[in-house]
Design a protein around this ligand. Structure first.
Ligand code: AMP
Ligand code: GLY
Length: 421
């Protein structure tokens, strides 16, 4: 493998974790990150002026800088067509084309693909107008799930316990112009995030993780981007993982291929582990945040080699190594998150806190590190047991000074309850 010049897109905790691992690769010649953040700056040259949602600008910049590989972190640049523009200039990219990114951008697209390929998922229906949607939920009854079809940053989903809640959610989505809407059967079970690296119809599973999307302890309160994650997940047995690969991942990649779409990137299945087996809740076309931070604590193989194979082929020859034990990644958000996070509070004590800290929403203000976004830090640790990893991460959070810190103290509670005392 030749030494690679890499451009990483994004500036959150996930991207800091990716940058941290890429920087450890013997194959890395130079790392750039757009926009990056103060944590990523330890590993990369930041390019804050580059608009990562402008595919042509990204492709032109990458070509001018002799970039060999573009690594997109979030979905938005992919949905905007960054991979297509970069590929058109002959540069490798470890992320899917715009056509393939519809797996995340359109729930209806994914549902149609599931129907066609026989992929197990919740029953659903799609509506462009309020009246037929209301009639449908009244016929189905509660509990029922109401979603916006397109990207809504986690805010488009209502798991309605009552008919009244479902009706209100539908009315709100339609009033906000977030149509078409999707109405889904409510599945019961435990959720898991399942990741594969894919190139065409070749897919290599990574570890699965379990995220906590609700703001409050005990999984209550509003949905967020993710308040913390643990990996691996014992609730997802090796047998279930085989089933996910056979019944969900491979048929999806094949159905895309049949439409002339070759998937190149990380593919992330949001799963519900039901009594009747795993069901696909959603596809994401990227690593999760904060799942990536937990995974990067455990990955022993060279991340750059893996992403190069995702982009250019050779995945079938890769076997991934993972550290033994378990990892936890705890999101430290700012007071007011997710509705209206406070910014500007000074952050200190990161260097010697006793855990690995990834920056998410931070910035430098006259040389001082301050909060600049909803999710501010991810505090991550790995240990022989999840209990030890959690103890390490939470002790570290206590040592960090950040007056506006908001975090959950129960990250990994389901997995902790299953761990031998
Ligand atoms: P999504 O943005 O589609 O991942 O949905 C956000 C969250 O809503 C998921 O993480 C689940 O907790 C919940 N959810 C989505 N779809 C369903 C469903 N069909 N049944 C139960 N819960 C769901
Ligand atoms: N943590 C969930 C996600 O990244 O979508």
């Amino acid at each position: 493998m030749q030494p690679l010049r890499v451009l990483l897109l994004g500036g959150g905790g996930r991207e800091h974790a990716i940058a941290w691992r890429l920087a450890q690769s013997p194959h890395l010649a130079r790392l750039f990150a757009a926009p990056g953040n103060p944590g990523i700056a330890a590993h990369a040259t930041l390019v804050p002026e580059l608009d990562i949602l402008d595919p042509d600008a990204v492709a032109r910049w990458a070509q001018a800088q002799g970039i060999d590989l573009v690594v997109p972190g979030p979905e938005a640049p992919l949905v905007a067509g960054v991979a297509d523009a970069v590929t058109a200039r002959g540069i490798a990219v470890a992320g899917p084309s715009r056509a393939a990114a519809r797996l995340e951008a359109s729930k209806a697209f994914t549902k149609e693909l599931c129907a066609e390929a026989g992929i197990p998922t919740a029953r659903w229906a799609r509506f462009d107008a309020l009246a037929p949607a209301l009639a449908y939920v009244r016929a189905q009854g509660a509990p029922i799930v109401v979603k916006a079809d397109g990207l809504a940053a986690g805010k488009g989903v209502t798991v309605a316990a009552t008919l009244a809640e479902a009706e209100a959610a539908l009315a709100r989505l339609v009033a906000q112009g977030l149509t078409p809407v999707v109405v889904e059967e409510c599945l019961a079970g435990e959720e898991a995030s399942f990741f594969v690296a894919a190139h065409g119809t070749t897919a290599v599973p990574l570890l699965a993780a379990q995220d906590h999307k609700r703001l409050g302890e005990g999984d209550t309160g509003p949905n967020t981007g993710g308040m913390g994650a643990v990996a691996p997940v014992t609730a997802l047995t090796p047998e279930t993982a085989r089933r996910v690969m056979e019944c969900i991942v491979r048929p999806t990649l094949q159905a895309l291929a049949a439409r002339g779409v070759e998937y190149r990137g990380i593919l992330f299945a949001g799963l519900m582990l039901t009594e009747d087996g795993p069901r696909l809740l959603e596809w994401n076309v990227r690593l999760g945040d904060p799942e990536a931070q937990a995974l990067m604590m455990l990955l022993e193989s060279d991340l750059l080699e893996l992403l190069w194979a995702v982009a250019t082929g050779g995945l079938e020859r890769m076997s991934l190594g993972w550290a033994p034990g378990r990892a936890i990644a705890v999101t430290v958000a700012a007071r007011g998150y997710p509705a209206a996070p406070a910014t500007g509070a000074e952050i200190g004590g990161l260097a010697d806190c006793g855990a690995t800290v990834f920056h998410a929403g931070t910035s430098l203000n006259a040389g001082r590190l301050v909060a600049a976004g909803g999710r501010v830090l991810t505090v991550a640790a790995r240990a022989g047991t999840l209990r030890e990893a959690a103890a390490q991460a939470y002790a570290a959070i206590e040592r960090i000074s950040f007056a506006d810190a908001v975090f959950r103290r129960d990250i990994g509670w389901r997995e902790l309850a299953r761990e031998a005392p």
